[in-house]
Design a protein. Sequence first.
Length: 199
Amino acid sequence: MATVPNVARTREFDTGAAVDAAMSAFRRKGFEGTSVQDLVDATGIGRGSLYLAFGSKEELYLAAVDRYRERFAVPLAEALRAGEPGPELIREVFVGLVDEIVRDARERACLVAGAAMERAHQDPAVAARLKATTTVIEDALFDVVVRARTAGRLPDRGDASGIARFLVTAMQGLRVMGAIDPDRDALLRTVDVTLDCLR
């Protein structure tokens, strides 16, 4: 009698590591530019196992967007909430972002910016995940602005939620410009102009 394969057997690979590798591939080449073979090469996992674990390239992309939020947006939000509220904290976060951009821009793009341009207008699931990612940061910035105003470290003028949205927009703008020209000094000048708008 032939033995029936146990398709439900425990996977012999680390799903989290596979999503991380796929995330890096999507950052380098975008959704359309990343082939299934690229994902096989990046993860070291065969096509059949990838499809069994994630269902499709689209589902793996969504998992990568979720992982990007966990790896980048959530720690950024935690750093904002843990720091002393004020312009110095906001600048520190922006400078850290610039350094990340300069380090990565030639090799890997921001998955949020790339997904917004490439997929958000045609895939509601991607759009929802991108909104969740930016909201994590926007809420943390809103908290910093409100606390800084209460402590007298930022002027109490303008809509705090609008300012938080402006800062998130500036962050994404830095990522786009950094992908075009990762000149640290130029990006830092943009940071200084952005922070001048808060004073």
